[in-house]
Design a protein around this ligand. Sequence first.
Ligand SMILES: Cc1ncc(COP(=O)(O)O)c(C=O)c1O
Length: 365
Amino acid sequence: MRQIKIFDLKFNQKEINFFSKNSKVIFKEGFFSNHSYVKKFENEFKKLNKSKFVLSTSSGTSALEIILRSFDIKNKNVLVNSNTFIATGHAITNAGGKIVPVELEKNYFMMDPKDLEKKISKNTGAVIIVHIGGIITPNIFKIKKICEKFKVPLIEDAAQAHGSSYKNIFAGNFGDAGAISFFTTKVMTTGEGGMITTNDKKNFNKMFSLRQFGFMKNKLLHDKVSGNYKLSEFSALLGIIELKRLKSRIGKRNLIAKIYQKNLKDTKYKLLKSNKPFICNHYKQIIISKISREKIEKILNKNKISLTGGVYYVPLHRQPIYKKQLKKYKLPLTDYFCNNHFCPPCYPELKKQDIARVCNVLQKI
Ligand SMILES: Cc1ncc(COP(=O)(O)O)c(C=O)c1O
């Protein structure tokens, strides 16, 4: 019985040859950072994602931090769903903001617009909606409206949502800016890397400056404290290869999710779905279950099946670094979701018979 791994990223020989051939061009050009391949990658991503402006970065975390700094959120509250990767919380903290966790709602287990409206105030610097597992919440326009009413920027943490869309609007284009991650395990990768998306030219210029040391038009002068968040040429080359196959790989992920949904229909498991016209990239297939996750994991492991990471088991308000600071927030639905979900393997390298095997084991638990 073969091991079904947590993930199993593969490139074919044609893709590897493309990388080798173009690496030689990079060596010939002799400039390894933020040069012609970075520009090409940015242009191709921009076209595919239908964003007006994009800016590649060293990671999804730095993309978020740059966006937050561009909106001057220092000493202000940043409202965010608590079931997110620690990076979202750290980006807020590093940009000088205060995390305010927003509760989930019970239909989709995504940010609750009602709780958002309760918590938004004069002291709110930004709202971050995290497209967890690649799902864009059907409440996205309600959330956008609330932000507009309070004149608060809406930031999308689209780290997991490459290619997810609603009526042809891609993740990263709903709010004032979006941050995408190209970490190795994501739907597409550059090894490490990220991308900022925005339709706002003025703020784009500010973020452009923040990406590299806060320089002014005259590059010898700097008017902001910032860092170095640029992408390397080799990373961009990998990104160009990934963009070519993004659509077909998302298609495969959707096919896998469909098999899970068909095989586990009317069972003790509730599978989160993204109904048309919302299209999910299925970075994850999230399953809610009352059976203890430890038990599920143990049985799957015995059958040589690894779970992929959750989204997330430990929310921001329960993390050792933030739990004291966020003690006053009660988030029972977030806690329920974090404790009672799991994500079976869902990536394009899996075969149909692998998914059938996972479903078979899950049905017997
Ligand atoms: C929801 C979320 N936000 C932020 C990040 C940070 O991205 P990166 O690892 O590229 O810094 C990730 C992924 O790692 C993520 O899943």
